[in-house]
Design a protein around this ligand. Structure first.
Ligand SMILES: Cc1cc2nc3c(=O)[nH]c(=O)nc-3n(C[C@H](O)[C@H](O)[C@H](O)COP(=O)(O)OP(=O)(O)OC[C@H]3O[C@@H](n4cnc5c(N)ncnc54)[C@H](O)[C@@H]3O)c2cc1C
Length: 444
């Protein structure tokens, strides 16, 4: 049987290689480190965790990433097995001894007879054979350029800044309201596409003070501090002048607050729908490098967001990722070159666990195909299915940004209830997810 080639032995590529070998299909794993280094990786080992050592919550009843852990364990995932073996005490989180973890992932893959490893950078998109590209947020410059030629310059983001995403149901609609600026749009849905949060002068001034005082993340060594002018972090805008935001993303024009129609807001924060389900909203133009703790505090000063739950907080780092909703099919293949599959962070998921999960799926799909079959993704009710449905279809392509797994990606079980109601529903989501995931595994 022809081998499946994988580019990148990170979290995603390592898991993909393992799954393919388990299915009895040979694999060639291409990894450029340590021959070519990245600014963030420190070793030549596979599945290196470049920053924190946490796989986040391990609660598979009440937490979406915990549910993803469960699914990966159920599918015999190597990354979870090694994380469990090298678990460190960390309360409800799954923290890992990163060096021992990577060393054991490397050893397991090198010991697998169906896997051969080739050191070195792949700089071109391969024309022949079946390939999985799992080169991550720090995809080498040459390969990044080749992907850009194939997909179009606009499609491969070399990132920069991310805006926070809020759970729609945590927004206080007795303060906020739905309206597009100047009521623009042909349909009622378009005319009410945005959620608006109004600020008085005093609230705006207090917000700017807090923003300027907040703790910020500094760039990693080797990162350039240049911003694209079109997406400056809000604190950088505020540093340029206290009124800058009021003439930028917080401009109050073309909007009327139905709760107080006679009062003109001094500033308005807008949120835009972020997924087809309408469960997630991103704060428009609010890319930020405030540290997470400070960020939550400052953003909750926005009227209407005082109880906001965040599906993802804002942040800044270099990140190469595809506009997957337009470029990939639901088998994670590049529509224009179906012999190429993508997996991991480069597909627009965010995080170690999510990246490894996409490697697991891509590996299983590629192996099924190599054996003459076809494997559909698990249902959107599962954590893995919710993620792949989001990146390959559910997300808004125009504003597509890397995404962590979260319950906002799951089809709602019951639309009623506030924040408390939402939390009470988590076990129902995870029970449904487990049933569907078991069925998906049993069907293979
Ligand atoms: C600075 C920084 C900090 C981060 N911090 C966190 C964090 O704290 N927590 C978290 O969950 N996530 C974090 N992330 C995201 C993290 O990178 C991903 O979660 C995860 O590593 C992605 O897995 P992956 O397999 O897609 O990519 P990676 O793990 O990066 O693996 C990609 C592999 O491909 C190799 N490669 C690249 N180009 C080529 C090529 N042309 N030829 C051959 N090999 C190639 C690389 O050497 C690498 O080994 C961070 C990312 C960055 C950049």
């Amino acid at each position: 049987m022809e081998p499946i080639h994988i580019i990148g032995a990170g979290l995603a590529g390592s898991e993909a290689a393992w799954q393919i070998a388990r299915a009895g299909v040979p694999v060639v794993l291409h990894e450029m480190r340590p021959v070519v280094e990245t600014f963030a990786h420190k070793t030549g080992d596979f599945a290196e965790m470049v920053c924190s050592n946490s796989f986040r919550s391990d609660d598979d009843e009440n937490n979406a990433v915990g549910q993803l852990h469960w699914e990966m364990r159920a599918a015999g995932g190597l990354i979870m097995a090694m994380a469990d073996r090298h678990k460190l005490p960390a309360g409800g989180a799954l923290a890992v001894d990163r060096n021992a973890f990577s060393a054991d992932v490397t050893a397991a893959l090198r010991a697998e007879p169906l896997i051969s490893v080739e050191a070195g950078e792949i700089a071109e998109l391969p024309r022949e054979g079946r390939w999985i590209i799992a080169t991550g947020p720090l995809t080498s410059a040459a390969l990044g350029a080749a992907i850009r030629v194939e997909t179009g310059a606009e499609s491969l983001a070399f990132f920069d800044a991310i805006a926070p995403i809020v759970y729609a149901e945590s927004i206080d609609m007795s303060t906020a309201w739905r309206q597009s600026r100047y009521d623009k749009g042909e349909t009622e849905e378009e005319r009410t596409a945005y959620i608006n949060c109004p600020m008085t002068k005093a609230e705006y001034e207090a917000f700017i003070d807090a923003l300027l005082a907040a703790d910020k993340t500094e760039f990693h060594e080797g990162e350039t501090a240049g911003y694209f002018d079109g997406c400056l972090p809000i604190e950088v805008m505020a540093e340029r002048g206290r009124e800058t935001l009021r003439f930028g993303p917080m401009k109050p024009v073309g909007l009327t607050n139905p709760h107080r129609p006679d009062e003109k807001p001094y500033a308005v924060v807008q949120l835009r729908r972020d997924n087809a389900l309408g469960t997630l909203y991103n704060i428009v133009g609010f890319q930020t490098k405030m540290k997470y703790g400070a960020q939550t505090e400052v953003l909750r000063m926005i009227p209407g967001l005082q109880d906001a739950g965040f599906a993802r907080l804002g942040g800044i780092h270099r990140n190469t990722f595809l506009n997957s909703p337009t470029l990939l099919d639901d088998r994670m293949r590049l529509r224009s070159r179906p012999n190429l599959r993508f997996a991991g962070q480069v597909t627009g998921v965010e995080g170690y666990v999510e990246s490894a999960a996409m490697g697991l799926l891509a590996g299983r799909m590629a192996a099924a195909e190599a054996k003459g079959g076809d494997l559909a993704p698990p249902s959107g009710n599962t954590a893995m299915g919710a993620l792949i449905h989001h990146i390959t279809g559910g997300a808004e392509a125009k504003t597509f940004q890397p995404m962590n797994v979260n319950f906002g990606l799951f089809p709602p079980i019951d639309a009623k209830g506030g924040r408390r109601g939402r939390k009470a529903r988590y076990p129902a989501y995870t029970t449904r997810a487990k049933d569907d995931f078991r069925a998906w595994l049993a069907g293979q």
